[in-house]
Ligand binder design. Structure first.
Ligand code: NOJ
Ligand code: CA
Length: 555
């Protein structure tokens, strides 16, 4: 044993039995999950119709990306009304029916709260533009006077995350600030009306039976827009270890979450929350603390390359987070914002460019270069999910990853929906992981609905369909299902011990005599003694082949 982290004694049994500490959460991107009425857009009744699938798969909860009224300038993260359902996706009755069906299947429900910005169609923003300079309606957003003789230039040179200026003109010499698309004006969190409105939104959904919340851009709410503005060159690196960036991860953001925590805890059971906080690794635990949001995504695995040392480092940092926050880590391999994991791991590794960036460059070439080895990527992605599911903590699964789906790289420019693709010359955008799911091998949209989906599915999608994989003992879907069924029985507590092994092998032991062993190398290695409980790939004469993970019961 080279190191041991066992913090059961720190946490105590009461908290370790909390479902959220170990939950497997399935992320649904509603417009691409299941379409009930044949308009090509996934909807809430579509989700309700697939509850049996989610139960069969064995997940504990679902997280729904935004289903609120939206013009889809950013896939629904441009919200017109935080307390309603987009008519294209259903209505509040459909929402209640969906929650009831999920709860009846013992599946909890997490919804997205998008507090950093509204859409430009939100009633408040329409009022703010109409009200004019100096009006109190503008104080809910971040309006500033422009530069130049008549304010014809933006207040400074800051850039949006999606590319281009972070300021858009109000047409009257003032400009409004937007970290993301111009259709997503940032809210002013110094304004008490803004604060009160989000308290109302949280209560609105909690009162409807929602179990938890995923907080979008949790690191972005508080900002220092005082002059003089630092030039963009000084702040373009968004992650700082000390809370000194004017836009991101400022210490006072936790005051908002302390306030929300009192609301979450006023419910029985207390409502859960998880932060989307893209912050310096040393600052992640603060969002996961009990007096803040309670959990925070650990995106490091999304950025990790398929190498034993990378995985080990990410795991060690995540375990340290647990000690620093008292919360478990929320692991994930992908989400609606990143190229699919099977694709990232099927492209050639490079020493100086992470897989994530290689995949994004590959998308710009429409998937032509470099060569994608599909089966290798799927094989590694299978080995990877078995590592995540063996770790202490909670795991998020992005819809379609359980099918081993690849990124759709060759979407034609005219069908792209992501503003990132429009605003940036160096990004193809995120549509390739948002293509509607294949449920059946045939049909106009492979069972997604009665019509072609809102993003076209490629011909190869049929082979990945749920109906093809569900009965195949060797499929990725079957592996996920088996792993989820075993996980609850095998892994307990939050301890993890590294077991010494050769450099290309990752081996850790969990309490109860269960080991997880992964071969990141190129040749088979011998397995430690023990009973093989699950393997991501067939063993090679009792040896562990390359790119394979096993769960073992050790004597
Ligand atoms: C993070 C979301 O995951 C992403 O999809 C969105 O574009 C931004 N936040 C802005 O809301
Ligand atoms: Ca529909």
């Amino acid at each position: 044993m080279t190191s041991t982290i066992d913090q059961d004694h720190l946490i105590g049994t009461e908290i370790t039995t909390d479902l959220w500490r170990t939950a497997v959460v399935y992320q649904i991107y509603p417009r691409s999950f299941a379409d009930s009425n044949g308009d090509g857009i996934g909807d809430l009744p579509g989700i309700t119709s697939r509850v049996p699938y989610l139960r069969w798969l064995g997940v504990n909860a679902v997280w729904l990306s935004p289903f609120y009224p939206s013009a889809l300038a950013d896939g629904g993260y441009d919200v017109d009304d935080h307390r309603n359902v987009d008519p294209q996706l259903g209505d509040l009755d459909d929402f209640d029916a969906m929650v009831a069906a999920l709860h009846a299947a013992d599946i909890r429900v997490i919804v997205d709260i998008v507090p950093n910005h509204t859409s430009n169609r939100h009633a408040w923003f329409v009022q703010a533009l109409a009200a004019g300079r100096g009006a109190p309606e503008r104080d809910r957003y971040l309006f500033r006077d422009g530069r130049g003789t008549a304010g014809e230039l933006p207040p400074n040179d800051w850039e949006s995350i999606f590319g281009g200026s972070a300021w858009a003109s109000a047409g009257d010499g003032q400009w409004y600030f937007h970290c993301f698309a111009a259709e997503q004006p940032d809210l002013n969190w110094e304004n008490e009306e803004v604060r009160e409105d989000f308290r109302r939104t949280i209560r609105f959904w909690a009162d409807r039976g929602v179990d938890g919340f995923r907080i979008d851009v949790a690191h972005g709410l508080r900002k220092d827009l005082s002059e003089p503005y630092p030039p963009w060159g000084e702040i373009a690196d968004l992650m700082r270890p000390d809370g000194s960036h004017p836009l991101w991860d400022r210490d006072d953001v936790h005051e908002i979450y302390g306030d929300w925590r009192r609301i979450f805890d006023s419910y029985d059971p207390p409502r859960y929350a998880v932060a989307e906080a893209i912050v310096h690794p040393t600052r992640r635990a603060r969002y996961a603390a009990a007096d803040s949001l309670g959990q925070a995504f650990n995106f490091a695995m999304q950025d990790a390359d398929w190498r034993a040392e990378d995985y080990r480092q990410v795991i060690d940092t995540g375990l340290a987070d647990m000690i620093n926050s008292g919360a478990t880590t929320s692991w994930l391999l992908g989400c609606h914002d990143t190229p699919r994991v099977a694709t990232r791991y099927g492209l050639p590794l490079e020493d100086d460019r992470p897989a994530q960036l290689i995949a994004r460059a590959w998308l710009l070439s429409d998937g032509a270069q470099p060569y994608l080895n599909r089966s290798l990527g799927e094989r590694r992605a299978r080995a990877a999910i078995m590592i995540l599911l063996a770790l202490p903590g909670s795991t998020y699964i992005y819809q379609g990853d359980e099918l081993g789906l690849h990124e759709v790289a060759d979407l034609a420019p005219e069908v792209l929906e992501d503003p990132m693709a429009r605003r940036s010359a160096t990004e193809k955008g995120r549509d390739g992981c948002r293509v509607p799911l294949p449920w059946t091998a045939q049909g106009p949209s492979y069972g997604f609905g009665a019509a072609v989906g809102h993003l076209p599915q490629p011909d190869w999608f049929g082979a990945y369909a749920v109906s093809v994989q569900e009965a195949d003992p060797d499929s990725t879907l079957t592996l996920y299902r088996r792993a989820l069924a075993l996980r609850g029985r095998l892994f307990a507590g939050s301890g993890l011990s590294w077991v010494e092994s050769e450099p290309s092998v990752l081996h850790f032991a969990r309490p109860g005599g269960i080991s997880c062993v992964t071969n990141f190398g190129t040749a088979p290695v011998s397995l430690p003694a023990g009973q093989v409980l699950l393997s991501s790939h067939h063993l090679d004469h009792g040896r562990l082949p390359a790119d394979t993970t096993v769960w073992l019961r050790v004597p």
